[in-house]
Design a protein around this ligand. Structure first.
Ligand code: SF4
Ligand code: SF4
Length: 245
């Protein structure tokens, strides 16, 4: 994904083409909801977001959350490296009061959670069985079974303004409209294969840590799993925390 220089050019393009207003209009098609606010859905990990949603988050954090930059960058870096091996990783934007610190720019996945009936709800295959096998065979790295098997449960505590669940096709149609905004930045084929759909902290780590981050990921994960150590990770957290949005 894009590093900072390219990211600034993408932000300019998004503004020129009114993509942020279009994104807001798509979000506005969802009914307002309320729920018990237990934050279970935010502790499963960080949900995927389209690139345009990441740009929306990025400029919000840049313009409104300067005091939290270090914390966001540190937690996102840790999430990026350990999401597959540490069962305690949760969305880095969940604050200590169990509230979303980026609520106004949270992605479609968070906004639409709870809007499907139990019958229609499915989390899909995250492909972790295959990935775990590859890690074991190639790096002798064990992904915890709890992470491989975890499925976000359906939540029946969401009350929608309309009082009804949405049809699956309605949500899929709105998600496709957001995906189409990503065609401005990436080939349609990549977007349609969900190549631009990544958790916020992973988008952010790609911007902040550069292209070598993925290559270093295995070493960091292995040190954590084999030795219970975060020594390597700490170096990358320090580097990321110095980043200026
Ligand atoms: S949507 Fe459900 S799981 Fe998520 S915070 Fe609300 S009540 Fe909890
Ligand atoms: S972005 Fe906000 S609402 Fe979505 S998982 Fe993270 S803390 Fe929860």
């Amino acid at each position: 994904m894009l590093q900072q220089v390219e990211l600034y050019s993408a932000l300019g393009k998004a503004e020129q083409n009114n993509l942020f207003s279009q994104l807001e209009q798509i979000y506005a098609a969802l009914p307002a909801t309320s729920c018990e606010g237990c934050a279970t859905c935010c502790k499963w990990g960080s949900p995927p977001a389209f690139f345009i949603e990441y740009l929306n988050l990025y400029r919000h954090v840049r313009d409104n959350m300067k005091d939290s930059w270090r914390e966001i960058l540190g937690k996102s870096t840790e999430y990026f490296y350990l999401e597959l091996v540490d069962v305690n990783q949760k969305c880095p934007f969940l604050n200590d009061s169990n509230q979303c610190s980026v609520y106004s720019v949270r992605p479609f996945a968070c906004r639409s959670y709870g809007l499907l009936s139990k019958q229609d709800f499915e989390t899909g295959d995250r492909g972790l069985e295959l990935l775990a096998k590859k890690f074991k065979d190639e790096y002798d790295l064990i992904i915890p079974q709890e992470i491989i098997n975890y499925k976000l449960p359906w939540c029946g505590k969401v009350t929608s303004q309309t009082g009804t669940h949405l049809a699956k096709s309605t949500l899929a149609g709105l998600a496709a409209q957001i995906g189409a905004l990503d065609y401005t930045f990436f080939p349609q084929e990549l977007v349609d294969q969900e190549g631009t759909l990544l958790p916020f902290p992973v988008h952010l780590a790609n911007t902040v840590l550069g292209s070598g981050a993925r290559a270093r990921k295995i070493k960091v994960m292995k040190q954590y799993v084999d030795q219970g150590s975060k020594e390597l990770l700490q170096g990358f957290v320090e580097k990321a925390a110095a980043f200026q949005f």
